[in-house]
Ligand binder design. Structure first.
Ligand SMILES: [Ca+2]
Ligand SMILES: [Ca+2]
Ligand SMILES: [Ca+2]
Ligand SMILES: [Ca+2]
Length: 209
């Protein structure tokens, strides 16, 4: 009889320990972070510090967890923003923030002959303090006005832009990089003339918009 009682007590203890263990593993799970996206994923650096047309990107991430999420932040320091920029819960599991990129932070790699994307690290933390810091959102920042995508802004870009706005075949551009007047359209009268004067050092055209 005593042996049976001992067996029951031991079983109960084992079940309680297993339940505690399961509960601890349940609450110590970090959030799952997926679907990193930047829309658009290419922007120019914001050379006048005023984020006009085409100069911002909205960053999105999906965060799920078996507990509540206490915060989702993103490190925007490499593009001139906050190290712990809060993201906003816009719907169900999707978090978002819109940002521009400070002047001068475009990274050109001469060996690769291309811009190096910024990897913006997300930190998703649940209500028990478990964090997932394994996912980044990729954002490529070009020099504003680098119309022909070669790492520098010079007269070649103005000539290239002139060809684009006159519909010369073979001259595709990203309009967000080419709208250096910041009015939301790319044209000869405004953007070509402004960019040409800028690269030629004409006073009054020092800053691209
Ligand atoms: Ca701007
Ligand atoms: Ca260029
Ligand atoms: Ca324009
Ligand atoms: Ca612009």
């Amino acid at each position: 009889m005593k042996a049976i009682k001992v067996a029951i007590v031991v079983s109960v203890i084992v079940v309680i320990l297993a339940a505690v263990f399961l509960y601890i593993s349940f609450i110590s799970e970090p959030p799952i972070v997926i679907n990193a996206m930047a829309n658009p994923h290419i922007i120019p650096d914001d050379t006048d510090g005023v984020p006009l047309w085409g100069e911002t990107s909205t960053l999105y991430i999906t965060v799920t967890d078996n507990s509540d999420i206490s915060s989702v932040t993103i490190n925007l320091s490499s593009i001139g923003g906050l190290k712990n920029q809060p993201m906003r819960n816009i719907e169900s599991n999707i978090w978002s923030v819109t940002t521009n990129a400070s002047a001068g932070i475009a990274r050109w790699n001469g060996t690769m002959n291309d811009y190096v994307p910024h990897q913006l690290l997300v930190n998703a933390t649940d209500e028990h303090g478990n964090s997932n810091t394994s996912v980044s959102i990729k954002l490529t920042v070009l020099k504003n006005g680098d119309v022909n995508w070669n790492g520098e802004v010079n007269l070649c870009d103005a000539v290239y832009l002139a060809n684009y706005v006159r519909n010369v075949p073979g001259y595709a551009v990203l309009e967000c990089i080419s709208d250096v007047t910041g009015d939301g359209t790319v044209d000869f009268q405004n953007d070509f003339l402004y960019l040409a004067r800028h690269v030629l050092g004409v006073p009054g055209y020092e800053i691209l918009h």
